[in-house]
Design a protein around this ligand. Structure first.
Ligand code: SF4
Ligand code: SF4
Length: 150
């Protein structure tokens, strides 16, 4: 089943650079997350080595969420909760994925200018759960095979 996610405003198409401090603060804290389909497309576009996988524990099982890595953790399979700057944030505080069509949903939803600083979060549980599906597990397993480091 394909989840129905909210459609973020396409700020890149509107010519907005997206390097304001209130959104970049998110990129400096924890990288955004995307759906398995989005992340697979970004991997296919060559960004797989800039990603990491986070173990997400759900009761007695866990699954992996692959996405943009915290700098220094590229290609890691992290079983710990870490905070840090996204590896795809440039030194001049721009997202390398902005305008490429591969920015993950959570990053595209962080439209601080549109909602007076409020970030929509209602879709996040569904996004996270999308990795606990056959499709999500397959994307994660293939990423681990190709890019994961011990
Ligand atoms: S979404 Fe709005 S506030 Fe956030 S970086 Fe882009 S232009 Fe700036
Ligand atoms: S991928 Fe882009 S929007 Fe997402 S956290 Fe990294 S720099 Fe920010």
């Amino acid at each position: 089943m394909t989840a129905a996610y909210p459609e973020p405003i396409d700020l890149a198409a509107a010519g907005v650079e997206c390097d304001c401090s209130k959104c970049v603060a998110m990129c400096r804290n924890v990288p955004c997350r995307g759906t398995p389909d989005e992340i697979q497309q970004a991997i296919d576009a060559g960004y797989g080595s800039q990603m990491y996988a986070r173990k997400w524990v759900d009761l007695d099982e866990y699954y992996l969420i692959v996405g943009p890595a915290i700098f220094g953790n590229q290609r890691a399979v992290a079983s710990y909760v870490v905070e840090g700057t996204c590896a795809l944030l440039t030194d001049d505080e721009k997202c390398l994925l902005h305008g490429t069509g591969f920015k993950p949903l959570e990053g595209r939803m962080a439209t601080g200018c549109d909602k007076e600083g409020d970030v929509q979060v209602g879709y996040l549980n569904e996004l996270i759960e999308s990795w606990n599906t056959p499709e999500g597990r397959a994307v994660a397993a293939e990423w681990v095979d190709r890019f994961g480091r011990p």
